[in-house]
Write a protein that binds this ligand. Structure first.
Ligand SMILES: Nc1ncnc2c1ncn2[C@@H]1O[C@H](COP(=O)(O)OP(=O)(O)OP(=O)(O)O)[C@@H](O)[C@H]1O
Length: 344
């Protein structure tokens, strides 16, 4: 234990589509906020100013008056609005620094496996301008695997499936590198969209993103549990009358709604297994697949993937913080020439 941990000048950031987490060695996750920013448009031309960030801004999604817009500046794991992301990061980093004695920190940031050089440059620039002294990037599946406690530096193969808000990253890791990795644009957001569409078609009601996410978390399931279906009461707008209405949604319907995006994830896992070198395949068959990311919390997802692949599947401990904890652990490797090849 580093006695001077409270003076640590290194931080790790998991800049996710849905949530941004900051991890400090010996402190753990010190910030966990939705990746949402609320902007107020001023009368002067098209200038807008940030009015709320994180949890305060998320509460405003779908509820803002005309002059305020709550936006999510990352789409599919990559920055879609650079200026807003930069302001959000500045806000989060200063919030963390204000509570501690910290100068300009060294920062490890997670990037999606498939992000382009331009996108990586944009993330690096956003973090530098937010007050970092040095920025190192680590690919999300690698951070997830480290966070899940997998032996990433060993010769044996491990398979990680990180299901986030915007993307699912599937990777086979061995000897500090990704032997195979794929990132698909299916994640929790697509699950929510599928629920919105299903509820509109089946119940004739319009619901918003926040309600869809609540339905997914409360009664969503990857397997149909007809013996003990779950129900949740939600509010929406009836399409026939155009009036607010309250209705009950059940888990059997939500499982049907999620079938298509879940099949997309299964197909990508199967394709990863097909393309994995045989020696590593046998390691994976023995050790199984490890799930991380908030999507891993979907009820029975591990059982569903196990049923479809015939392999053992487990959910990592605290899957929502796995990537940030892994990136935090990676801070220990910065000055180790044998281990710092995990940075990209
Ligand atoms: N209990 C739950 N059941 C199902 N989904 C959940 C649950 N809890 C959280 N989620 C979903 O997890 C997603 C967020 O996960 P996470 O924070 O790992 O994503 P992210 O890192 O922000 O995204 P990305 O990796 O794509 O950039 C959201 O879509 C959220 O709705």
């Amino acid at each position: 234990m580093n006695l001077f941990g409270f003076l640590s000048n290194n931080i790790a950031i998991d800049l996710g589509t849905a949530n941004t987490l900051i991890f400090i060695p010996n402190k753990g996750v010190v910030l966990d906020e939705p990746t949402v920013v609320a902007l107020r448009t001023t009368n002067h031309a098209s200038r807008s100013t940030v009015t709320a960030v994180g949890a305060d801004a998320k509460q405003m999604l779908g509820r803002t008056p005309a002059d305020i817009t709550a936006i999510r500046p990352l789409k599919d794991g990559v920055i879609s609005d650079f200026d807003v992301t930069q302001q959000m990061l500045k806000h989060f980093i200063s919030k963390v620094k204000a509570k501690r004695f910290m100068a300009q920190p060294k920062v490890v940031v997670c990037v999606p496996y498939k992000s382009t050089m331009i996108e990586r440059k944009a993330i690096r620039a956003a973090v530098m301008s937010a007050g970092a002294s040095r920025v190192l990037l680590i690919e999300e599946p690698m951070a997830a695997a480290i966070g899940a406690g997998l032996p990433v530096h060993e010769a044996s193969g491990s398979m990680i499936v990180d299901i986030g808000g915007g993307t699912t990253e599937i990777a086979v890791i061995a000897l500090s590198g990704c032997v195979y990795a794929e990132s698909i644009r299916i994640g929790g957001d697509i699950f929510d969209d599928a629920i919105i569409t299903y509820v509109r078609r089946t119940y004739g009601c319009v619901i918003g993103e926040t309600t869809a996410e609540r339905i997914k978390q409360e009664v969503g399931s990857a397997l149909d549990n007809q013996d003990r279906p779950l129900e949740v009461e939600v509010r929406g707008r009836s399409m026939a009358e155009g009036m607010p209405t309250t209705f009950t949604v059940n888990s059997t319907d939500i499982q049907k709604a999620l079938r298509e995006p879940l099949n997309g994830i299964i197909n990508s896992i199967k394709s990863a297994l097909e393309q994995t070198p045989p020696e590593l395949s046998s390691d994976i068959a023995e050790r199984g697949i490890v799930l991380t990311g908030g999507g891993a919390l979907l009820r029975d997802l591990d059982k569903f993937i196990s049923k479809e692949t015939g392999l053992p599947v487990s959910v990592a401990e605290d899957p929502l913080t796995c990537v940030s904890r892994g990136a935090g652990k990676a801070l220990e490797f910065i000055n180790n020439r044998n281990l710092n090849m995990i940075f990209v």
